[in-house]
Design a protein around this ligand. Structure first.
Ligand SMILES: Nc1ncnc2c1ncn2[C@@H]1O[C@H](COP(=O)(O)OP(=O)(O)OP(=O)(O)O)[C@@H](O)[C@H]1O
Ligand SMILES: [Mg+2]
Length: 266
């Protein structure tokens, strides 16, 4: 494995799908991101993508996050996993077409949760992929849960978990807004972006961050911030930027200044 610390990139479902639609992939965004990731040419990259309008509506309809209560949910669990593999297929198509040696790794096969939090992770395959110079691609998924039977595991939780476990050098989070604002910019036209936040500053504003309009079963922006705080506490810097805007992900991956929010421990 390269000596460089891993970089974890979250590609938000808000950016690669139309969250107001159903199963509505933004293939142009997916292709452009693949091109930017190829050009950034990082050795130790792990990609995690969200589900947007692929998984959230089905997961919500069947109450998957709340856990297994009745047999009629089983088809919903299966369908939620399946639609994620369909979106993942589109992401993999674009990455491989851009000659990135990307390999898909289903969280439902290597992770299990307890009350919604990752309890076990078989890291053998991921580590082998990295040692051999492949780019692992994970995604928000449905997983088996020791207490709930099953649940939804967000890409955001996977990002923070892997960053801490693998000692990542940084986390880059792409969404459909240019970073974190003092209010949801889609709701409040006067919302102001935060350019830089320390951990202490982030904690102070945390209570003000809303979720997101529409169907996000894993807490939207508020859920994302709650997940990344433990990683920032470990000294891992986080950049939140607009993945729908050309060059932002490329710039963030290559350590250049970017339109968005930089979060650092101090
Ligand atoms: N203070 C805020 N600053 C920026 N965005 C915010 C804020 N509050 C709420 N949001 C909303 O959060 C959304 C991003 O979170 P959301 O969970 O919907 O996307 P995602 O995590 O990229 O998608 P997925 O969960 O499918 O991966 C933005 O589209 C924005 O509307
Ligand atoms: Mg989300």
């Amino acid at each position: 494995m390269s000596e460089q610390k891993p970089v974890i990139l979250k590609i938000g479902g808000s950016a690669i799908t139309d969250k107001d639609g159903e199963l509505a992939a933004q293939t142009e965004v997916i292709n452009r991101l693949a091109e930017e990731i190829k050009r950034a040419d990082l050795d130790n990259l792990i990609i995690v993508h969200g589900g947007g309008s692929f998984d959230h509506p089905t997961a919500k309809q069947y109450g998957i996050r709340e856990g297994y209560k009745e047999p009629s949910q089983k088809i919903g669990f299966a369908e939620t996993h399946h639609v994620m593999t369909v979106l993942n297929g589109l992401v993999m198509d674009a990455l491989i077409w851009h000659e990135i040696p990307a390999l898909s790794l289903a969280p439902s096969c290597c992770m299990a949760t307890e009350n919604g939090r990752i309890k076990s992770f078989d890291r053998t395959t991921l580590e082998t992929m990295m040692k051999m110079g492949f780019t692992p691609v994970l995604y928000g998924d449905v997983v088996f849960d020791e207490k709930l039977g099953f649940t939804v595991l967000s890409g955001d939780q996977i990002v923070a978990y892997l960053a801490i476990k693998l000692g990542a050098g940084k986390i880059v989070i792409g969404v459909d807004t240019d970073g974190l604002f003092d209010a949801d910019p889609k709701v409040d036209a006067n919302a102001k972006p935060y350019k830089h936040l320390t951990l202490e500053e982030l904690r102070k504003i945390q209570g003000k961050i809303s979720k997101a309009e529409g169907t996000d079963v894993t807490g939207g922006m508020a859920g994302k911030i709650a997940e990344i705080i433990p990683a920032v506490e470990q000294g891992i810097p986080v950049t939140i930027t607009g993945a729908t805007k050309s060059q932002s992900i490329y710039r963030a991956l290559t350590g250049q200044s970017v339109l968005g929010t930089e979060i650092e421990k101090a």
